[in-house]
Design a protein around this ligand. Structure first.
Ligand code: NAD
Length: 489
């Protein structure tokens, strides 16, 4: 078996309804992390290109038909967009498998379907959205309208490129805004299609633009650009801080989904038949490159050894290999830089005295994957929740089991982190499930499950895991301006 071979793709910027090269004709290379083969040459936007994309988006917003359409007209085009995403699901999933190294099977079956659902969900949502009315006796009446904000910069990370971008683009477009999208530089393939998909769905030129390139140049140009009114960003906490500063002068509205280091708490009354596979998914899905990963696994001491044995066995049974191949559970890490970052924690773990349970090295793989950035599912035990491997977001297939004795201790460890994106609790005790859920300081708590999403529910982080919430009316509030109209009767 060999990896799916394809020609090297040439990918342009997408501005005003067409693919264009960068103004200086520069490109950057994109590699397949499973093999280190060159897979794409992508136009690298200059600041002038970003400026053009923002001005085009502004013109489409101010003078184009998009924000003036009825909600029903916009929603119909979004539904068409969702249909096209589903029609092209194999191509989109192949792209994500090629540049992220994500298993194709799971991507085509789940993530691309969810991407289409993201768009359709917000089309349905805005059609049902009402406003508020406040009569003031017989003299006045107030009513509200939700109007588009303007030009949105949508800046997204490499771990879930397509699905996460549609999670922003859906409410952005449903609200009547125009967009300049900037995908991560090492995973530009699938997102590059969004402009042409929007056009095919009948969305006017200039409404959806895609610029490609480095965060420090292209991302920075977007977050300082005077024509950009709002930034929806998903990425690391460090970049979030930079964007907040660079957007300050032009007072941009921001929504930030940032990093995490979730506690996944296993109580002695947990059903291990569910808790073990659930914790394996939370630890190793997408090679652990998930903001919601349950990477700190807190296990009550009375069941520690039993859980450890089962968890180790399940981790070692995961099939690591070619992301394009059927049956692969875990692909490579996304890039050499990221591989170096993740594997630096193997040294840190050694220095901190953590006990290695399994993994910690490259897996045995067929020859054509020798150069891929692979790491086995890696499990440590640590008695020091303050150590770096227990505190820092490793963002790879590296997790730590931490023993605890009491509920109070579990809560204390769970909350002893700068992050607060999510938490996971495994228990068969209803009261305990509620107690722990109330006291873990995080935006989402999953009880006896993980990564179950209702798109109406608020999603976002406490502490350094984010600013604001996405999902349902939370997204629509961000992507619209509420206007109150007061009429004397
Ligand atoms: P990153 O912050 O390095 O990059 C994210 C995006 O920001 C990329 O498109 C990048 O080019 C751009 N960028 C970089 N510097 C910039 C700058 N100065 N100005 C503007 N844009 C800039 O993050 P990453 O490494 O791509 O992604 C991993 C991180 O994303 C992890 O911390 C993970 O937890 C987080 N994440 C969070 C969520 C969530 O929903 N909370 C979801 C997925 C990933």
């Amino acid at each position: 078996m060999t990896s799916v071979k394809t020609d090297v793709k040439e990918i342009g910027l997408y501005i005003n309804g067409e693919y264009v090269p960068a103004s200086n004709k520069n490109t950057f290379d994109v590699m397949n992390p499973a093999t280190q083969e060159l897979i794409a040459r992508v136009s690298e936007a200059t600041e002038e290109d970003v400026d053009r994309a923002c001005r085009v988006a502004r013109d489409a917003f101010e003078n184009g038909p998009w924000r003036r359409m009825t909600v029903q007209e916009r929603a119909a085009k979004l539904r068409k967009m969702a249909d096209i995403i589903l029609e092209r699901k194999e191509e989109i999933a192949r792209y994500d498998a090629m540049d992220v190294g994500k298993p194709y099977e799971a991507t085509v079956g789940h993530e691309v379907a969810r991407a289409a659902h993201n768009i359709r969900f917000f089309a349905d949502f805005v059609e049902k959205q009402g406003g508020e009315t406040y009569p003031m006796g017989e003299e006045y009446i107030n009513y509200t309208r939700y109007e588009p904000v303007g030009v949105a910069a949508l800046i997204t990370p490499w771990n879930v490129p397509f699905m996460l971008t549609t999670w922003k683009l859906g409410p952005c477009l449903a609200g009547g805004n125009t967009a300049v999208i900037k995908p991560a530089e090492n995973t530009p393939l699938s997102v590059s299609l969004l402009g042409e998909i929007a056009k095919e769905a009948g969305i006017p030129d200039g409404v959806v633009n895609v610029v490609q390139g480095q965060g420090s140049v292209v991302g920075n140009a977007l977050s300082t650009h005077p024509e950009v009114d709002l930034i929806s960003f998903t990425g690391s906490t460090a970049t979030g801080k930079r964007i907040l500063k660079s957007g300050a002068d032009t007072l941009k509205k921001v929504s930030f989904e940032l990093g995490g280091k979730a506690a996944n708490i296993i109580f002695e009354d947990a059903d291990l038949e569910k808790a073990v596979p659930g914790s394996i998914r939370a630890a190793f899905m997408n090679s652990g490159q998930v903001c919601l990963a349950g990477s700190r696994i807190l296990v009550q001491r009375s069941i520690f050894n039993e859980f450890l044995e089962k968890f180790k066995e399940a981790a070692m049974a995961l099939k690591v290999g070619d992301p394009q191949e059927k049956g692969t559970d875990m692909g490579p890490l996304v890039s050499e830089d990221h591989y170096n970052k993740v594997t630096s924690y193997l040294e840190i773990a050694k220095e901190e005295g953590a006990e290695l349970v399994c993994g910690g090295k490259r897996p045995e793989l067929p020859e054509y994957l020798y150069k891929g950035f692979y790491l086995e599912p890696t499990v440590y035990i640590s008695n020091n929740p303050k150590s770096r491997i227990c505190q820092e977001e490793i963002f790879g297939p590296v997790v730590t089991l931490i023993p605890f004795d009491t509920e109070e201790e579990a809560l204390q460890i769970a909350n002893d982190t700068d992050y607060g994106l999510n938490g996971v609790v495994w228990t068969e005790n209803l009261q305990r499930a509620h107690r722990i859920s109330h006291h873990v300081r995080a935006g989402t708590i999953w009880v006896n499950c993980w990564f179950v999403r209702d798109l109406r529910a608020p999603f976002g982080g406490f502490k350094k895991s984010g600013i604001g919430r996405e999902g349902g009316h939370h997204s629509m509030e961000f992507f619209t301006e509420a206007k109150n109209i007061c009429i004397a009767l």
